[in-house]
Unconditional design. Structure first.
Length: 328
């Protein structure tokens, strides 16, 4: 008798998620419906002993019920190699603790577990810096610690966006126009007076009319709809966490071109679920750690993105060499 496929998830506390918007929950509901048994972990449940990746895993049942969406069983320690697949869905910040966790997950991967997204890719692909691998898809961009260089970039383009390399959710994103008396202060703040790298991008005015669109890629292929996050009248940031409104739209020709430029490379490197941030036809970030937008798009269109992600995982599992069941 074939044993059920076992899928683990590393995430933030499931009891504190936003039921209506959480993309991880959409994946877990799809996995359970497709016959996976689920195991739940938080970052503190991971460990490494003599080269073996371990975890305190709790049986998890999920439900499409906004008042009661999960049940957890008692924790049981074990090797992560007991799992067939492990979703890494811990939200940023991408700090040292996050990096340490990817080493543990990489040991699980080497023991035969399909880790989504791949731990090495999570470490290598900073969501802002990795855009440099696809300059044909991006507006003019500078990454520097030098405040004079940042000032020169502002003079060159007249209006720019500047942000830290480690931020998320629209935190510490500034729009500067030439002549802004706060420009030097912003450069000092973001670089720590030249001690840290910061990113500057040419301002893309289409953010006002078209928003900041999240284009989702599943195993390198674009979902046919994007979530355009429209800034509020009081803010310039197209981030839902900063008050932007999510409006779904069909992909356009430029979106598909961008996906074709970037998607195959990411899929080849084990990045199964990725979000491209697109403003005015230019990619501004490549989100690999914990992309969101599934639930918003599923509510607006006849598309089941969680199922697409789990189906992609099943295809990857089927293509892998067979391995013995844990404990056999």
């Amino acid at each position: 008798m074939t044993r059920p496929k076992r899928l683990g998830v590393v995430m933030d506390p499931i009891g504190a998620i936003n039921y209506a918007k959480d993309s991880t929950l959409a994946m877990l509901l799809a996995a359970q419906a497709r016959g996976f048994t689920l195991s739940y972990l938080e970052l503190q449940d991971l460990a490494l002993r003599d080269g073996v990746a371990l975890g305190r895993m709790r049986p998890l049942t999920v439900r499409a019920d906004s008042a009661n969406w999960f049940t957890l069983g008692a924790p049981a320690p074990g090797a992560l190699s007991e799992l067939d697949c492990l979703l890494m869905r811990k939200d940023p910040p991408f700090d040292t603790e996050y990096i340490y966790s990817t080493y543990i997950l990489e040991r699980a991967e080497e023991a035969g577990v399909l880790v989504v997204n791949r731990p090495q890719g999570l470490r290598d692909m900073n969501e802002k810096v990795y855009t440099a691998w696809f300059p044909q898809c991006c507006a003019p961009t500078l990454i520097s610690r030098d405040m004079d260089d940042l000032g020169a970039f502002l003079r060159e383009h007249g209006k720019i966006v500047v942000k830290p390399l480690h931020g998320m959710g629209g935190r510490s994103i500034f729009v500067l126009a030439q002549g802004d008396l706060n420009a030097r202060v912003v450069f000092e703040t973001l670089t720590g007076y030249g001690a840290r790298f910061a990113m500057a991008q040419r301002y893309i005015p289409e953010i006002v009319t078209g928003g900041d669109s999240r284009v989702l890629l599943v195993d390198g292929e674009p979902v046919p709809f994007a979530l355009a996050r429209m800034p509020s009248a009081e803010d310039h940031r197209g981030n839902l966490a900063a008050g932007a409104k999510g409006v779904g739209r069909a992909l356009n020709e430029r979106d598909r071109w961008l996906a074709a430029q970037i998607g195959p490379t990411l899929a080849a490197r084990g990045m199964v679920f990725v979000g491209l941030d697109v403003i005015g036809g230019f990619v501004t970030e490549i989100n690999v750690t914990s992309p969101t937008g599934i639930r918003e798009l599923e509510k607006q269109f006849d598309v089941r993105i969680g199922e697409l992600v789990i189906a992609a995982i099943e295809r990857r599992l089927a293509a892998r060499p067979r391995r013995a069941a844990a404990g056999s």
